[in-house]
Write a protein that binds this ligand. Structure first.
Ligand code: PLP
Length: 386
């Protein structure tokens, strides 16, 4: 049986280190913001190449704290991709702002710069993109920010996105929940915008054993704001509250686990490159009728997922069935783009509004991807698809 994500093999690799660290925390009694938290933040800051890492309780909280620090709220439009995990757009709506969904590129599954610029212009001109065809004017929204997602581990095109953001005076928050360890023109994912956010959910490239996340920035003032919002808008001391915040801390135990896992993380990212390369050669050799993920020059994917595009949804189902018969698990990320989710029905989107995202949702499927996948296992997976 080939697991989709093999957390057990990883655990065996770091078991001694992790067990010693966790017992250390248990014996110390410093369960909240113990020394391991700042040790981990410092180690991760060095790895990502940013001045500040503020750890927090989840990737969702990381995004939320980032938007709260920037004062995003009612009347603001934040542009993002519909082809992502719910959290990316959920935080925008939670703060009372309006998510504006923008179509994606078929070859990278990431936000499409040309569509992004069109969406910004139409919001600025008082028309929500989804309602433009009918010419119905919506209440005026202020374009405020962009949340590009580095989907499946591949960074978005930050050069194009940042130049559009600069032109329109918008904030960029990188959703690096899936891309930690990835690179864009020599810079690490998480450090590709003014603010970066990541998640340590167990199945992410760097996962803990529960929930966790982190926010990245080079800006001292923002980092202080993140720290304050993380603990109920704390001021100089615990009982001074200078703004509205949340309970958003990373547990000391999770920080201790992450410190141990960060040591093997660069080698794991290397191993993921090997797995992806092997999938590529093996799938090509076997002539499996799928489009392989493409990584352009200047990009390094963290390979959170290895996602293939079948010719259509029927062919996808056939491939998934063949794999299932061979005992190989698959997953569909994401079967329904966010603009068509019931939770966002008030935004007024309908089927056909974002055609590339909708098409990808009907054609994508992901095969097992983790650093402990052997060449034999990869070949067995590919053979099952023949
Ligand atoms: C996982 C994920 C999140 C949320 O992270 P949690 O730690 O689960 O809250 C946000 N965005 C993307 C793209 C994700 O994959």
């Amino acid at each position: 049986m080939i697991p989709f994500v093999d957390l057990k093999s990883q655990y065996l690799t770091v078991q001694k280190d992790i067990e010693a660290s966790v017992i250390g925390v248990l014996r110390s009694g410093q369960y909240i913001l113990g020394p391991e938290v700042s040790m981990f933040e410092e180690a991760l800051a060095r790895y990502v190449g940013v001045k500040h890492v503020v750890s927090c309780a989840s990737g969702t909280d990381a995004l939320m704290i980032a938007l709260m620090a920037k004062g995003i709220g009612p009347g603001d439009a934040v542009f993002t991709t519909p082809f992502t995990f719910m959290a990316t757009a959920e935080v925008i709506a939670l703060l009372g702002a309006t998510p504006v969904f923008v179509d994606i590129e078929r070859d990278t599954f990431n936000i499409d710069a040309a569509s992004l610029e069109r969406a910004i212009v139409s919001v600025r001109d008082g028309l929500l993109p989804s309602r433009r065809q009918s010419g119905v004017s919506s209440k005026q929204l202020n374009p405020k920010g962009i949340i590009p997602v580095d989907l499946f581990g591949l960074p978005a095109n930050y050069e194009k996105i940042q130049s559009i953001a600069n032109k329109h005076g918008l904030l960029v928050v990188e959703d690096a929940a899936q891309s930690l360890g990835g690179k864009y023109h020599g810079r690490m994912a998480g450090a590709l915008a003014e603010i970066g956010c990541t998640s340590f959910f167990p199945a992410k490239p760097l996962g803990c054993y529960g929930d966790g996340g982190a926010i990245f920035t080079n800006d001292d003032t923002l980092a202080d704001l993140f720290r304050s919002i993380r603990v109920h808008g704390q001021g100089q001391d615990r009982y001074e509250n200078v703004r509205i915040g949340i309970t958003g801390r990373l547990d000391t135990i999770q920080a201790a686990i992450l410190l141990a896992k960060l040591k093997i993380f660069p080698a794991e990212i290397e191993a993921r490159q090997r797995v992806a390369a092997r999938y590529g050669t093996s799938l090509r050799a076997a002539n499996v009728p799928v489009t392989l993920p493409s990584v352009s020059t200047g990009y390094l994917s963290a390979w959170a997922q290895y996602t293939l595009l079948a010719e259509n949804s029927k062919k996808r189902q056939e491939l998934i069935d063949k794999l299932k018969k061979a005992g190989i698990p698959t997953a569909i990320y994401y079967p329904r783009p966010l603009h068509l989710q019931k939770a966002f029905s008030n935004l007024g989107y309908s089927s056909g509004d974002l055609p590339v995202a909708e098409e990808c949702a009907s054609r994508v499927f992901s095969v097992p991807m983790h650093p402990y996948l052997t060449d034999e296992a990869i070949d067995a997976i590919v053979n099952a698809m023949k």
